[in-house]
Design a protein around this ligand. Structure first.
Ligand SMILES: [Ca+2]
Length: 270
């Protein structure tokens, strides 16, 4: 019985998924707006999810500009969700709450050009409350760069005579399918997709079909009588080679049938 329950649990969409952490250790890089006490941006991608200060990145205090931490995935991916681990320490002496994490934003881009960021999520927690120190955010975007950014100046820092926006992020996990895969189980895209890539949600071929195929998943064959062996990706219609009837090219044209008749007639009586 326990086994059956577990099988149901892991097959339920939204409860469990097979997305990969697409921040691969060899190609993924992290940077941040400034660094305090040597707590560098690398700590957000080192696969250590400890939330104590020494395991987290930390931007510098008393800055007037926004604080941000950026992850470069190395190439474009279809992102599905992001899990952020923020500093959250509880000891006998201190209870460090993630108050500096209020009102953070998640932005994505295909270029590190600061003019071209698209907002994926904005926290709206106000004073007194604090966001959960572990955030699991849906962000269905195709992008290479992702950054956590804030301009929030927490009032709790006044007693330390500290000002400015500050981030103390311990880990950023970015989940999605690797290029060429789609869906909750990251199944392979149709091998007839134009460049092998497809929509990460439903497997639709997003860059056309290989020659000779049509349909949203490029799983239907064009008529062999289509010119250049290509047809319309949506309907399968095409320009026919001579002698075949538009627009699916599966029947002989009347022109050729008439010519055949004339040809036969000439042949017979000449
Ligand atoms: Ca870490």
């Amino acid at each position: 019985m326990a086994l059956l329950w577990w099988m149901w649990f892991i097959s339920f969409p939204g409860v469990f998924h097979c997305y990969d952490n697409i921040c691969e250790t060899t190609t993924c890089k992290a940077t941040q707006s400034s660094t305090r006490n040597g707590l560098s941006a690398n700590k957000v991608i080192d696969r250590n999810i400890e939330q104590k200060e020494s395991s987290c990145s930390h931007t510098e205090v008393n800055k007037t500009e926004p604080a941000w931490v950026m992850v470069d995935l190395g190439k474009e991916y279809q992102i599905r969700n992001i899990i952020i681990y923020y500093r959250d320490e509880w000891t006998f002496k201190t209870a460090w709450k993630p108050y500096r994490f209020r009102q953070y934003g998640i932005e994505v881009s295909n270029t590190s050009n600061t003019q071209q960021w698209a907002l994926c999520y904005k926290d709206n927690t106000t004073d007194a409350r604090t966001p959960s120190s572990i955030q699991n955010i849906s962000c269905e975007k195709t992008a290479r760069f992702l950054r956590i950014i804030t301009t929030y100046d927490a009032p709790e820092d006044d007693e330390y005579e500290i000002t400015g926006a500050i981030l103390e992020i311990c880990e950023i996990q970015i989940y999605g399918c690797l290029p060429g895969y789609y869906g909750h189980a990251c199944q392979p895209c149709s091998r007839n997709c134009g460049d092998g890539s497809c929509d990460g949600r439903d497997g639709r071929c997003i860059k056309g079909c290989s020659p000779g195929y049509y349909g949203s998943s490029c799983d239907r064959s064009c008529s062999t009588n289509c010119e250049n062996n290509t047809c319309d990706q949506s309907h399968g219609t095409c320009s026919c080679v001579r002698g075949w009837k538009p627009s699916y090219c599966n029947n002989l044209s009347e022109y050729i049938q008439l010519n055949d008749y004339k040809y036969k007639a000439i042949y017979k009586y000449s």
